[in-house]
Design a protein around this ligand. Structure first.
Ligand SMILES: [Zn+2]
Ligand SMILES: [Zn+2]
Length: 330
């Protein structure tokens, strides 16, 4: 391990906000490192390769979803990188064996979930692409953004996920409308590649962009009025939930009839699309804005994430430097 990105999910998980946690838990699902050793049947990478791992480390590999390389929707549940179960029988011994993530010095992962980092991607910036990058790339691809037709794509929320969505959609050649409750994020959103900015707390601004978008990616993970955002969709448009929260939505479904719109959801992305995404990011120069920290600053970084992420910066742990500084991974 050389670097590991810090995702807000790490802090949510440790706080028990994503359901039960089995302690000890080792968080981190934006892994980035160099191959030290490979098993006898490994063909995908060799010793010395620069590689990364994202939110999954295993799946049944046998169901229809897995056969289509959509392992995140595995019928038998994918093994998530931490606080998950290695439950697919490929790890000998205890079937309940727990998964441990990337805040560590070494990790062992099935080759299917290990991705080659091309030379065009700076190593320290690769980690967040395996979480935020694929989370936005996969729905963009699924809803037609790589088909060559110019679209108008809205991105709700200008945090870590949202800025990645803006950069990716812009790199795919589309008009990108950043949507935020705070007007003061306009300049930042435009610096990341947004062509337009909609202030969702301003009725005039919402009116200006009404029925204008083909696809909207919604990164908000707190309860909110989905009707307002739905009003920005043009006919046959789709509003995709990337962020989620357990509270039911109050949504006027009848509005979808009159405009043939859809409200959908999307979770990370599968193994083939993840490799495709990292190659695309290298080609187009789409990288997250990061701030490097050492392991002793993790608590501080988590606190900052829980307050707000006003800058859209992703924290990345410099693992090699942390160890050189005398930090001992437990
Ligand atoms: Zn994440
Ligand atoms: Zn499966």
């Amino acid at each position: 391990m050389l670097y590991c990105g810090i995702c807000h999910s790490d802090a949510h998980t440790a706080a028990g906000e994503f359901g039960p946690v089995r302690f000890p838990v080792v968080t981190g699902h934006e892994l980035c490192g160099r191959v030290l050793e490979v098993g006898a049947n490994v063909t995908k990478c060799k010793v010395g390769d620069n590689v990364g791992v994202g939110c999954m480390v295993d799946s049944c590999m046998n169901c229809e979803q897995c056969k289509a390389f959509e392992e995140q929707y595995c019928d038998n549940y994918a093994s998530f990188t931490y606080n998950g179960h290695r439950n697919h029988g490929r790890v000998p011994g205890n079937k309940e064996l727990q998964t441990f993530g990337g805040y560590t010095a070494e990790n062992v992962v099935n080759q299917r979930f290990v991705f080659t980092i091309p030379d065009s991607v700076p190593m320290e910036k690769a980690g967040p692409l395996f979480c935020a990058g694929i989370t936005l790339y996969d729905p963009l691809k699924h809803w037609g953004a790589l088909k060559g037709k110019k679209m108008r794509i809205g991105v709700i929320g200008v945090g870590g996920l949202g800025t990645m969505g803006i950069k990716l959609a812009a790199a795919m050649g589309h008009d990108v409308i950043a949507i935020s409750t705070s007007a003061n994020k306009e300049q930042m959103a435009k610096e990341k590649g947004a062509t337009d900015f909609c202030v969702s707390s301003d009725p005039e601004s919402v009116k200006k962009f009404a029925k204008s978008m083909d696809l909207i990616l919604n990164t908000i993970s707190a309860p909110h009025d989905v009707n307002l955002y739905h009003s920005l969709l043009g006919n046959s448009g789709t509003l995709v939930q990337i962020g989620g929260h357990p509270e039911p939505l109050k949504f006027a479904i009848v509005t979808t009839l009159f405009e043939r719109t859809a409200v959908a959801g999307s979770l990370i992305g599968g193994s083939v699309n993840t490799q495709e995404m990292i190659n695309f990011c290298g080609e187009k120069g789409v990288f997250p804005d990061i701030e490097m920290i050492t392991a002793d600053k993790i608590d501080e970084a988590w606190d900052n994430l829980s307050k707000s992420n006003a800058t859209g910066v992703r924290y990345v742990i410099d693992i090699k430097k942390s160890i050189e500084n005398g930090y001992v991974p437990q």
